[in-house]
Design a protein around this ligand. Structure first.
Ligand SMILES: *[C@@H]1O[C@H](CO)[C@@H](O)[C@H](O)[C@H]1NC(C)=O
Length: 261
């Protein structure tokens, strides 16, 4: 029999982190943007991946994410097209970028790499997007939502991150296991266990061939569709039924919402 305290511990293990400095209520600061990219790259470098690209900030993706964050909806952007997307929301303390990335990455514990599958009933899609080897651009926007559609609690800081090329391609693992950088695309060098283009990516005008391959693979096999359905067992979008236990705990500040989709 679980006491309410141990139940809380079960449902909210790493969620209640205090003392984070509140960010500005509505936009990511330069510092938060830097943290976002660096934390992604930290987790990416830690994966024993042979082909992990370095991720960099993309202003167009950031503007796209910000525009959606302003709509204050707790659910994936159905208009996101061929962009990956991770969401995070938090009350009270304000936006906490390190916590957001940590919350996404912690889903690793439920991901079975050899089976390329998430444990039934669990969510792994945020994690696999964070460490998706071929995703090399991220852009995020945050917005303070007095009312967040789909959530009863009020006054929530919403974070939306979009990714290109998108991860979570059905039937694919997030990366190739192996010696770091041992399978970087041609034209890439190794820098701190991550593959980095030899030329400034901003100056690259042609799509690298591996990206073209990825795109056609995705079309053939079906990238995760914009509704976020059924790429991984337990991944659902907008249905809200995974919410039950969390909604019951909304009285405990700070509420952190992640891992719903
Ligand atoms: C992961 O999946 C493989 C292959 O399906 C299976 O043999 C193994 O037991 C799974 N590992 C865990 C920890 O569930």
């Amino acid at each position: 029999m679980l006491s309410s305290r141990s139940l809380l511990a079960l449902l909210l293990p790493p969620l209640l982190l205090l003392g984070a400095a509140p960010g500005p209520a509505g936009a990511l600061s330069a510092e938060e943007r830097r943290e976002m990219v660096e934390l992604h790259n930290l987790y990416r470098a830690q994966a024993a991946a042979a082909n992990m690209l370095r991720m960099r900030w993309d202003e167009e993706l950031a503007a796209f994410a910000k525009a959606y964050a302003r709509q204050c909806v707790w659910g994936h952007n159905k208009e996101r097209g061929r962009r990956g997307e991770n969401l995070f929301a938090i009350t009270d303390e304000g936006m906490d970028v390190p916590l957001a990335v940590q919350e996404w990455h912690v889903e690793q514990q439920h991901y079975n790499f050899s089976a390329a599958a998430c444990e039934p009933g669990q969510v792994c899609g945020h994690y696999t997007q964070v460490v998706w080897a071929r995703t090399d651009r991220i852009g995020c926007g945050s917005h303070f939502c007095e009312k967040l559609q789909g959530v009863e609690e009020t006054n929530i800081h919403l974070l939306v991150c979009n990714y290109e090329p998108p991860g979570n391609v059905k039937g694919h693992r997030p990366y190739l296991e192996g010696t770091p950088c041992s399978q970087c695309p041609s034209g890439y060098r190794c820098e701190n266990s991550l593959c980095e283009p030899m030329s400034d990516p901003e100056e690259v005008t042609e799509t690298p061939s591996f990206l073209a391959t990825e795109a056609s693979d995705s079309r053939k096999e079906g990238a995760e569709d914009p509704a976020g359905s059924e790429t991984y067992a337990g991944l659902t979008s907008g249905s809200g039924h995974i919410w039950g236990p969390l909604l019951a705990l909304l009285l405990l500040p700070p509420l952190v919402l992640a891992g719903i989709f």
